[in-house]
Write a protein that binds this ligand. Structure first.
Ligand SMILES: Nc1ncnc2c1ncn2[C@@H]1O[C@H](COP(=O)(O)OP(=O)(O)OP(=O)(O)O)[C@@H](O)[C@H]1O
Ligand SMILES: [Zn+2]
Length: 724
């Protein structure tokens, strides 16, 4: 075999592949060790024709081929190539993001051979002497059927050594494991909506189809997934289930284990120990795992027998990665399902407007679950408490205090929800309801208290903070959504006897935190749960009968045009924790704007109406999903350099930007982060192809421009950005 030229990518921020010579036969997807500068790096061979021209003498050579594992599959490479192209990110870094850490290093990985042992004909005839107890026991057990390494070790601790000897002597052989017949744990009788959804999902001929399973909170969406997954497993297909970070609870995994006791379920998330993540990844790739449940990064897990993808809580923000490869796992999952020719089910009680628009456009088909699944459970009654005229004690209105005491007396659990999430502060007049809007964009101006400025984070408009309301002249204008931190201790003072459990990022850091929370809740050791948005996700707390929401208004008039979509989803989800069992649920929302359409829709449980009006607004204002956006971010030690860089870029690219609208530079919502200051350009177009054709040309140009602006400057592109 002579020298072969191959294209290799490495884990560095460099676009394009590098050409190497190889003495070894290699194919795309093979991991190799290559010299790079004065280091040795792990590389992955990719498809693509090496450029002509360079003489062999100028090329370096592949130093090693890691061939204990087969090359990465064509499907895996294709997904990475698509992600790199779509997110305009270097292919090398994209590929390495998609790999588990163990495979990112320049070393060979030998997967454990998990095939069981069986006796050969020679082995069958070679009965050990009776005094060799261990050998005899093992030989007899093998006579009854195949044994895994682990089962053999349970028979005798010397099994490893004995089996290795016998393998060398040809007395045993390693065989493909027997396929376990599918076993199903007990499942409830589906209600009519669930059955109709399952029938629709099962009736379709094989092939790609995106489904939106839109079911109210507690309507039994998970049950529909489980029963549809059973059909895949019965056909020996693998299933990928993507869930938001916070929903990957032991309870969820337990539910899968109980339903599919004989199937192999592997978990993938970033907190998993490196070894376990690699093992699970290999199990998926080599077809041993039947079900992969994981967070966004598991969308890349190679699965040769993939038969269906489920994306639970598809609206959840954690599916979008916010740094490095800024991918959206739901969107990549759709691409993957299309390429594989399989169905994908997106589930939510509050689908994203993107998905609602895709249903309208006929790209997705919608299935609805309109009733709660559990026996007599109903959606909770939602009431608004007008706080404009009410007297508040420690931020709590009289109806809220009364409702909390009533639950305490009845020994039912309540949830007090505080929205601490940083909705950027917007000024509002408490008299007439005026809020600080941008004169040039349909967004709100953000209050920067230190500089006493109002700024638009879309176009960069800036003005001084007014002393009185520009609309009605009242002096009482103040930022929305302030002051809730002290709530927990306030509740403690108001209800000294109550057992209060606070749930937020701090209290759920530890690994077992959620287990402990569930244990306490289900043991009846909690009267009031106090918490932030983490509580709004798909938890099932059983006996919860009251939810109170104290300071949601901040999200109503936020500078971020997605804020009302998020707020509605969040309130619907948190309200949905109430009344899931037999006790009817009640939700009280304190607000200064009870007339606001968002709250009216919440009271009426009218997701469809509210989503339609939001979509209408987005179309009028030309915001996503009616246009496609990309953000060009720059950061530097000082805002001025980031802004100057973007101004130059803008001047330079303007002639290329037909069919595009470029806005900015504007400071980012959070200007200062980790001692760097950030600004951005918004690039948008109603034509996705035009936007991407434009973006294709950007990286080299940005690199060149950045070099002129000195070392301190960094840029990044965010395609379909979720945070402005
Ligand atoms: N057909 C059914 N009959 C009785 N109980 C059911 C049925 N389907 C689901 N359940 C139960 O109802 C509860 C809610 O179901 P599930 O968790 O599947 O709903 P969900 O729609 O995924 O909920 P959410 O999105 O609000 O978290 C669970 O306790 C589940 O076991
Ligand atoms: Zn503006």
């Amino acid at each position: 075999m002579g020298l072969q030229r191959v294209q290799v990518v490495v884990d560095l921020p460099l676009f394009g592949a590098f050409t190497y010579l190889s003495h070894f036969p290699v194919s795309p997807g093979q991991r190799v060790a290559v010299p790079f500068g004065n280091r040795q790096l792990c590389g992955v061979v990719v498809t693509g024709i090496p450029p002509e021209g360079l003489p062999d003498s100028q090329l370096k050579q592949v130093e090693q081929v890691f061939d204990s594992l087969p090359p990465l599959s064509a499907d895996f490479l294709a997904l990475a190539e698509f992600a790199a192209a779509y997110y305009h990110f270097p292919l090398g870094q994209t590929l390495f993001t998609a790999l588990p850490t163990g495979l990112r290093e320049a070393r060979d990985i030998t997967p454990p051979d998990e095939r069981p042992y069986g006796l050969t004909d020679a082995g069958l005839a070679a009965m050990p002497a009776a005094r060799q107890r261990a050998r005899m026991a093992l030989w007899q057990a093998l006579g009854d059927g195949l044994l895994s390494q682990q089962q053999a070790r349970q028979i005798t601790p010397q099994a490893g050594k004995i089996l290795a000897d016998w393998l060398a002597e040809g007395l045993v052989q390693r065989l493909e494991p027997e396929i376990q017949p599918l076993e199903l744990g007990p499942s409830p009788q589906l209600n009519a909506d669930q059955q109709a959804a399952l029938d629709a999902l099962s009736r379709e001929p094989a092939g790609f189809q995106a489904w939106l399973l839109h079911g109210i909170t507690g309507s039994g969406k998970t049950e529909v997934y489980l029963q549809r997954i059973a059909l895949c497993l019965a056909q020996r297909q693998q299933v990928l289930v993507l869930v938001p970070e916070i929903n990957l609870t032991p309870q969820l995994i337990e539910r899968f284990l109980q339903r599919f006791p004989a199937s192999r379920i592997a978990v993938q998330h970033s907190q998993l120990a490196e070894g376990e993540r690699l093992r699970n990844w290999l199990d998926a790739w080599q077809g041993r795992a039947d079900i992969i449940i994981g967070t966004r990064l598991s969308v890349f897990t190679p699965m040769p027998r993939l038969g269906m993808i489920v994306v639970d809580e598809e609206h959840d923000g954690s599916f979008k990665q916010q740094d490095g490869l800024r991918y959206h796992a739901r969107d990549l999952a759709i691409w993957r399902a299309r390429r594989a020719g399989i169905p994908i089910v997106l589930g939510s009680a509050t689908p994203s407007l993107e998905s609602v628009a895709n249903v309208e456009a006929g790209r997705y088909r919608q299935l609805k679950l309109n009733q709660r699944a559990h026996g007599a459970a109903r959606l909770p009654t939602v009431r608004l408490v007008d706080t404009r005229r009410a007297k508040l004690v420690e931020g709590l209105s009289d109806p809220v205090i009364k409702a909390l005491s009533a639950r305490l007396e009845r020994k039912e659990m309540s949830l007090v929800f505080i929205n601490r999430r940083g909705f950027a502060p917007v000024l509002a007049c408490t008299d007439c309801g005026w809020t600080s809007g941008c004169p040039r964009c349909s967004t709100r101006l953000v209050l920067h208290l230190l500089e006493r400025k109002l700024r638009c984070h879309h176009c960069g408009w800036e003005e001084n903070v007014p002393h009185a309301c520009p609309e009605c002249g009242a002096p009482d204008i103040k930022p929305l959504g302030e002051g809730t931190q002290r709530l927990e201790s306030a509740l403690g003072r108001l209800f000294p006897a109550a057992r209060i459990l606070r749930i937020d990022r701090d209290t759920t850091q530890r690994k077992q935190a959620w287990d402990e929370i569930y244990r306490k809740v289900h043991a009846g050791e909690v009267d009031m749960l106090v918490g932030t948005q983490m509580l709004a996700k798909g938890h099932d707390f059983g006996t919860l009968s009251l939810v109170t929401v104290l300071n949601a208004d901040g999200g109503l008039y936020s500078a971020d045009y997605r804020a009302s979509e998020r707020l509605f989803a969040q309130l619907t989800q948190v309200a949905g924790r109430a009344g899931r069992a037999d006790a009817p649920g009640e939700v009280l929302v304190q607000t200064q704007w009870p007339e606001h359409p968002l709250y009216q829709a919440l009271v009426a449980h009218d997701f469809d109406g509210f989503a339609a009006s939001l979509l209408q607004e987005r179309r009028q204002a030309a915001f996503p999903p009616s246009v496609y956006q990309a953000l060009l971010r720059a950061d530097a030690p000082e805002l001025a350099s980031a802004t100057a860089f973007l101004t130059h870029v803008r001047q330079q690219v303007q002639p290329l930007a037909a069919e595009l609208l470029i806005s900015g530079p504007a400071p980012a919502l959070m200007v200062r982060l980790a001692n760097r200051e950030r600004a951005q350009l918004v690039l948008e177009s109603a034509n996705r192809q035009a936007l991407h054709r434009f973006l294709d040309q950007l990286p080299p140009l940005l690199d060149a421009q950045a070099r002129q602006h000195g070392r301190g400057l960094r840029w990044s592109l965010d395609i379909d950005p979720q945070e402005m």
